[in-house]
Design a protein around this ligand. Structure first.
Ligand code: OAD
Length: 253
């Protein structure tokens, strides 16, 4: 019988790829920008030029980074589809799971993907084609210094609401992505949390449906609470994750 292995990843998994974690980056990532100017819907659309510069500089930094051994180990485990069903739930918008080879249909990007664009005029539409219905388009993980917010949504043709598909402060997560994530978390044989402070809801609540006996934890810091994970691995994601994936393959975990 196939084992279902669900990974929930946060900024810590990409730290060794050179992308600062959210908490470490308050100075670096946001540079001279106020969060309310570049990371809220009203801020983003109040000054398109400023937002283009901000998102372009993020895209430039991210496109210069590569998947590390943690992303690659997960993608390798996913290749063994005879024995495992691997699902990646990620809060990262950096595209590194996709670039490491984890199948797109097995990766749920709960906070979006900076290399995809999305129109915010459309109401949430559930279903498999919701991204297309919302006018989403994936531009590939490359940086183009001349990149501009798309001129118009291919679906509703409105110009000012089409921007990178990242969940901004105050915005709801995509309903369909969240309910798929809830389903996978609750049906996991093993749920492995990597490099996330679990401070941001609703993603942090996903673990609630996983029995403690099925929970594993990988992080450089010890968990804040004792006894809520069956397995704890303290260390850098890029060092620990390949070992954990080998343990899974060898049926030691
Ligand atoms: P955080 O920055 O809150 O937490 C990063 C976690 O990674 C911490 O627990 C660190 O101890 C750990 N960490 C750092 N370096 C590591 C390494 N090399 N190996 C393993 N662990 C490491 O990032 P997230 O939990 O991802 O949302 O933040 C969640 C969300 O908060 C983000 O997606 C973002 C933010 O609001 C949105 O933008 C919508």
């Amino acid at each position: 019988m196939k084992r279902k292995i669900v990974f929930l990843t946060g900024a810590g998994i990409s730290q060794e790829s050179g992308i600062p974690t959210f908490r470490d980056s308050i100075d670096g990532l946001w540079e001279n920008n106020k969060v309310e100017d570049v990371a809220t819907v009203s801020g983003v659309f109040s000054d398109i030029n400023r937002s283009e510069t901000f998102f372009n500089s993020l895209k430039q930094k991210i496109s210069e980074c590569s998947p590390n051994a943690a992303h690659i180990a997960i993608a390798d485990l996913a290749k063994d589809s005879e024995n495992f069903e691997v699902i990646v739930l990620t809060q990262n918008v950096d595209d590194l799971h996709r670039r490491s080879g984890t199948p797109v249909e097995k990766t749920i990007e709960l906070h979006g993907n900076i290399f995809r664009n999305r129109c915010r005029s459309h109401p949430d539409i559930s279903g498999t084609d919701f991204k297309e219905a919302r006018g989403c388009s994936y531009t590939g993980a490359h940086y183009d210094e001349n990149w501009k917010f798309p001129q118009a949504c291919p679906r509703c043709h409105k110009p000012a609401t089409f921007s990178p598909d990242v969940v901004l402060f105050g915005e709801a997560l995509d309903f369909s992505a969240l309910s798929d994530a809830e389903y996978h978390a609750s049906t996991a044989d093993l749920f492995i949390q990597i490099g996330t402070s679990m401070e941001v809801f609703p993603v942090a609540a996903l673990i609630e449906s996983v029995p403690i006996s099925k929970r594993a934890y990988i992080d450089i810091e010890k968990p804040e609470k004792n006894g809520i994970y069956e397995y704890e691995f303290i260390g850098k994601a890029a060092e620990i994750t390949p070992k954990v994936c080998n343990m899974i393959k060898e049926q030691k975990l």
